[in-house]
Design a protein. Structure first.
Length: 295
């Protein structure tokens, strides 16, 4: 008799703002390699438990997914240092249209000839700008993508079993105040505040990838109808526009409502914000950086 006990997830950070490994490069960007595997326990009633142990384990790789591609080819160079073969990736997921998350896609497609690209059509068509400092473009220069490799997502849906995209996230709770510095250029050349309809979250067998969580971490969690054991991504709180009291209140709500969920963050969360949240959430909140491996 064969029984599936759980799906094993392993993820490795390939691009982030920081690294503790001198071999790895950094950038203002985010890219994570995620591998899912079936871990099965096999029970054979005909085997003498005392002699054979009664349990054999076998693992079958289910998916290899690249979560965002950072701003450049940093994720590729770091993957090589970590002996990760990106040519085997089955899916590349782009969380939103900003260049620090999708700028590396052109380099990925040069290394991988088969992966499907999961993305919002609004991410590909939008012209995005930031007013952090001087007004500047953060629009991704999209490479040519074969139509049969493109998976355009405009609503929450199942892509495969245990692989779901969450789209058009309802803005019930406040969005990060740092979004006030982020704009979309309309057809008339006017700059309007980004509503982040181009942002997606990805749910993979209990893990929720938030990208930058521009839509608001609480909103993304509320929009996810499936049980979440891990949240991975940025919280977009690094601009310092939220007060310490607001950050503490957010951490308290997360701790109370999602007590069984582990949170992993870096990139656009901010060091000060992380420390304030860490004081409230303790071991429930962890940071990551280039080279971090969680399994």
């Amino acid at each position: 008799m064969r029984k599936i006990i759980n799906h094993w997830l392993k993820w490795t950070v390939l691009s982030d703002n920081r690294s503790d490994d001198s071999r790895l490069s950094t950038e203002h960007g985010l890219s994570i390699f995620l591998q899912t595997t079936n871990e099965r326990e096999q029970y054979d009633a005909c085997i003498n438990i005392a002699e054979r142990g009664g349990v054999r384990r076998s693992q079958t790789v289910r998916h290899k997914i690249l979560l965002d591609t950072g701003a450049s080819d940093v994720f590729i160079r770091n993957a090589e240092q970590l002996s990760i073969d990106l040519s085997d990736v089955d899916y590349v997921f782009i969380s939103h249209g900003h260049s620090d998350h999708a700028g590396g896609l052109r380099y990925f497609l040069e290394h991988n000839q088969k992966a499907q690209v999961i993305v919002s059509p609004d991410a590909m068509s939008g012209k995005f700008f930031s007013k952090r400092g001087n007004l500047h473009s953060i629009t991704t220069e999209w490479p040519e993508i074969d139509e049969d490799r493109l998976v355009l997502i405009d609503q929450t849906c199942e892509i495969l079993e245990d692989l779901h995209a969450i789209a058009h996230i309802p803005q019930i709770n406040p969005m990060p105040k740092g979004n006030r510095n982020l704009y979309v250029q309309d057809a008339d050349g006017n700059y309007i505040h980004d509503d982040f309809r181009h942002e997606l979250a990805l749910y993979v067998d209990g893990l929720l990838f938030t990208g930058c969580a521009h839509s608001g971490l609480e909103n993304i969690l509320s929009a996810c109808p499936w049980p979440v054991h891990s949240v991975v991504g940025g919280f977009h709180l690094l601009d310092g526009q939220e007060t310490d009291d607001e950050i503490k209140a957010l951490a308290q709500r997360l701790k109370a409502k999602y007590s069984e969920t582990q949170f992993y963050t870096s990139h656009c969360t901010g060091d000060k914000v992380f420390e304030v949240m860490k004081d409230v959430m303790g071991e429930q909140l962890q940071s990551f950086r280039c080279g971090t491996i969680i399994a």
